[in-house]
Design a binder for this molecule. Structure first.
Ligand code: OAD
Length: 233
């Protein structure tokens, strides 16, 4: 059966060659911050100023970074396939790399919301959020990021999309954070599945996966050869 629908499941590793740090490659510290202190609802309740500072820094770094060859490659796939990118990343490098159909499972740096209401999203672009900045309901403004300890609202739709895929590409994610990691289990049986990662994510059975053990930018070149092969079959 010809491949029509491709789903790309991405994580921090795809943005690594754009200069943005991954979460787990530096011993659980992200730029010196403990991920669980700055990316959790408990961390927010304990020290909102620290969390705002962390995301202000990330927003600035992401805005100064540019898409890399892997983002562009994924963007170009749309010329030949129906492509959905399901990313755990909060940067917008997939969009800037040409992807038009991106689901941000863990939210986006360019968006904010009130502390208690996730239904009103405010576009903030590259602006900081400061203590005292208020949402329309009068509550403190916070990043529209899905933190540890919070529900992932887009997970069901993401699972449905994975279930439709004719080919699955996992790139740059350690697949240790649930429920995102569980998405691979929704893939149809027998479809081609590729993982691009220079290391071998541990909690994952690769039996029916092709592991391209390279960085994202080099890995997509090898992936391209596989896709050409599949098209000519
Ligand atoms: P991780 O930091 O857990 O995993 C990054 C993966 O990318 C690892 O498997 C690395 O081997 C791989 N990697 C590193 N450099 C790479 C490169 N140049 N090319 C390709 N792969 C590379 O990041 P995520 O899996 O995205 O959640 O983390 C998932 C979630 O945990 C994040 O969304 C975040 C975090 O805590 C929240 O903030 C809620």
């Amino acid at each position: 059966m010809p491949v029509k629908d491709i789903v790309v499941l991405s994580g921090a590793g795809v943005s690594s060659e754009s200069g943005l740090a991954t979460f787990r490659d530096s011993g659980g510290l992200w730029e010196g911050y403990n991920v669980h202190e700055v990316a959790s609802i408990d961390g927010w309740n304990k020290d909102p100023e620290k969390v705002l500072a962390f995301y202000n820094l990330r927003r600035k770094q992401a805005s100064q970074a540019g898409p890399n060859a892997a983002h562009y490659f994924i963007g170009r796939l749309e010329k030949d396939y129906e492509v959905t990118v399901i990313t755990q990343n909060v940067d917008d490098l997939h969009e800037r790399g040409g992807s038009s159909n991106v689901i941000h499972l863990h939210g986006e740096l360019s968006k904010a919301r009130g502390e208690f209401d996730d239904s009103h999203i405010i576009e903030i672009g590259t602006n900081d959020i400061n203590p005292g900045d208020k949402a329309p309901d009068g509550s403190q403004l916070r990043p529209a990021i899905v933190w540890f300890g919070e529900m992932v609202p887009l997970i069901e739709i993401a699972a449905q999309i994975v279930a439709q895929a004719d080919l699955l590409i996992v790139i740059g994610t350690s697949l240790v954070v649930y429920p995102a990691a569980s998405l691979v289990n929704y893939a149809k049986k027998g479809i081609p599945k590729f993982i691009i990662d220079p290391s071998t994510p541990e909690l994952f059975s690769y039996a029916d996966w092709i592991h391209i053990k390279q960085s994202a930018c080099a890995g997509v070149e090898e992936l391209e050869q596989h896709l050409i092969h599949l098209r000519n079959e």
